[in-house]
Design a binder for this molecule. Structure first.
Ligand code: FO1
Length: 304
């Protein structure tokens, strides 16, 4: 079974682990809107969390970075007077150095990612949605800031007045992504933030249309339990862009292409509202606290 998973960051990792453990032919297509330049290095958090997760190296508790990493370089950067709010680990920095050098050598992000995942002995393909720059910008009372400034530096505290995906209207999804989506037997949207992880992908012209015309069934795991996301700031950002901050809002955002939505069993009460949108709704236990639950949910999604 050829499965394509559309993935963001932390929330997506558990499902990727479950899908990978099922032994399906998995390709991960990731968001690039979180990518950020730090200390002259090009950091791609969503590509890296997918790669580290599938390589078995991810810091599962933290949800980003490498298990057991240390932060001595970061501490020294601070002593030199550099900003340290974005905590790059000593081992993680090696990935960033190599990626940045390869990009400077003229390779596309897709080629760099392919080389890195091979070096990390990851069996599954990992594809950035696009090789063009797309940057998620959050409009706060102080003006637009990069998503990482809003989320990590400012702890997600500022009021949100809007969200923009800078560069998205000129961006094009890659040929590899197109081929993978068209050849897929199942397309799965990970429980990622619909505004900051899936939103930047849907903002790339033609991508939503390609999903809706794909021969594969498109299923998603809602990241919401009631009005609370599994992790991160989904509810706050959904409200800010005028969406209902629950699984019905998620269904509305994906209604152009979604066939089935798996939601938390406790939210069964909204099943009717989701099905009115023409989307099959599958309530299930969605908490993923270990590999067996990750595998079970992955299976529910593939059968939804
Ligand atoms: N998230 C944090 O909350 N604090 C950090 O200092 C931080 C550093 C970091 C370094 C590398 C990396 O790949 C991710 C990192 N993240 C950090 C996670 C990241 O901000 C977001 O969780 C993702 O962009 C969401 O997909």
């Amino acid at each position: 079974l050829r499965v394509v998973a559309l993935a963001g960051g932390t929330g997506s990792a558990k499902l990727l682990r479950g899908l990978s453990a099922l032994g399906v032919n998995l390709t991960v297509v990731t968001n690039v809107g979180d990518n950020v330049w730090v200390h002259g290095l090009y950091v791609c958090p969503d590509l890296d969390i997918a790669m580290y997760t599938l390589a078995g190296l991810a810091n599962r508790k933290q949800g980003w970075g490498i298990e057991g990493d240390t932060f001595r370089t970061l501490a020294q950067l601070g002593r030199i007077g550099e900003p340290t709010w974005f905590a790059l680990g000593d081992i993680d920095i090696a990935t960033q150095i190599v990626r940045t050098r390869m990009l400077r050598d003229g390779l596309t992000l897709t080629s760099v990612t392919e080389r890195l995942r091979k070096a990390f002995q990851v069996a599954q393909a990992i594809l950035p949605l696009t090789d063009d720059p797309v940057e998620t910008r959050i409009l706060t009372p102080a003006g637009y800031v990069h998503l990482q400034e809003f989320w990590v530096r400012d702890r997600g505290q500022p009021a949100v007045r809007g969200v923009a995906y800078r560069g998205s209207s000129q961006a094009r999804f890659t040929e590899k992504v197109e081929k993978t989506i068209k050849g897929a037997d199942r397309i799965v949207l990970c429980p990622a933030n619909p505004v900051t992880s899936i939103g930047p992908m849907l903002a790339v012209p033609g991508f939503s249309r390609m999903l809706s015309s794909a021969k594969a069934k498109v299923t998603a795991l809602s990241p919401m339990v009631g009005s609370v996301p599994f992790s991160g700031l989904a509810a706050k950002l959904m409200r800010a862009v005028g969406k209902r901050p629950d699984s019905v809002g998620v269904a509305q955002m994906y209604s152009a292409f979604l066939d089935s939505l798996v939601i938390e069993r406790k939210d069964e009460g909204v099943k009717g509202e989701i099905e009115e949108l023409g989307i099959k709704c599958v309530p299930s236990d969605t908490l993923m606290e270990g590999l067996s639950e990750e595998k079970r949910i992955a299976k529910v999604l593939l059968e939804a």
